[in-house]
Design a protein. Structure first.
Lengths: 115, 163
């Protein structure tokens, strides 16, 4: 997970700055998933939510994915009518960051492996 | 109530005490308050349930970030709402000025509040789409009115951001 790795890197750097490194052992990132797992394509799905306003959802799609208004509206309407829409697919790390941003806007978004 | 765009802010004028009180309740309403349905909606799962490891990591590393993000937005809104404090018992109408640079914080806080209220009351889609329901006869009706009123404000702010 990108954030975890970044956090570990920052912690390590800040310890170095403060001169508080007490062990000579390098930071070893725990391998939680196989390379194959990370390379598989993933997709981001946004699910319908009757509370979020349609105009708000459109704005979020434009902001997060940089989609033009028409494309953002098409996805928003798909979410509204079909209950879900695939917004993006690709590598796992950027997908996680997109989902995090969507959750920051309080949209119901999930990350799913493409089988 | 009148709502209009001024140079660098959105102005809500002629706010009667009832609407002013609803606005004052935004920060409190946005707080899930430990209610499981509201917590689950605000901090929803990032996967369809199959990726338990991802969910665990998400709870540890991402949720605290999201919590801080949401808290910052409600704190900004609470600061703006201080304009309404001081004469709560007066029946005089009030004016609230929302700085344009706070528009995103307001969108976020209003959205949080609407989602939390809807989750706590378990509103159905039909209820949420019934924008002309009246009169307010129960706490539940009042909560629905609150959701719609906050939605109206969101729509206005969104229009202003686009223009």
């Amino acid at each position: 997970m990108a954030q975890i790795k970044e956090m570990q890197r920052l912690t390590h750097a800040s310890n170095e700055q403060a001169g508080t490194i007490t062990t000579a052992e390098p930071t070893i990132e725990k391998q939680t998933r196989s390379e194959e797992d990370l390379d598989l394509p993933w997709q981001i799905i946004v699910h319908n939510d009757p509370v979020n306003l349609m105009s708000y959802v459109t704005m979020v799609f434009q902001r997060v994915f940089g989609y033009p208004r028409e494309k953002a509206e098409r996805h928003m309407l798909e979410v509204h009518h079909e209950g879900r829409s695939i917004l993006w697919s690709g590598m796992r790390e950027p997908a996680e960051l997109y989902v995090q941003q969507l959750h920051g806007y309080l949209l119901l978004a999930t990350l799913e492996k493409i089988c | 109530m009148e709502i209009r765009r001024r140079n660098d802010h959105i102005e809500l004028s002629e706010l009667d005490p009832f609407l002013a009180e609803l606005l004052r309740q935004i920060p409190t309403s946005a707080d899930p308050g430990g209610v499981p349905a509201a917590e689950q909606r605000i901090f929803s799962s990032p996967t369809n349930g199959k990726e338990t490891e991802t969910c665990a990591e998400w709870k540890t590393y991402v949720e605290p970030e999201l919590r801080r993000l949401f808290q910052t937005a409600t704190q900004t809104v609470a600061g703006d709402l201080e304009q309404l404090n001081g004469n709560e018992k007066s029946l005089a109408n009030r004016t609230l000025r929302i700085p344009s640079k706070h528009a995103d914080a307001w969108l976020s806080a209003l959205n949080q509040a609407r989602l939390v209220i809807a989750a706590k009351n378990n509103f159905t889609e039909n209820e949420l789409n019934d924008h002309f329901r009246s009169p307010i006869g129960s706490r539940r009706d009042l909560s629905l009115f609150q959701v719609n009123f906050y939605g109206f404000l969101q729509e206005f702010i969104l229009r202003e951001l686009e223009s």
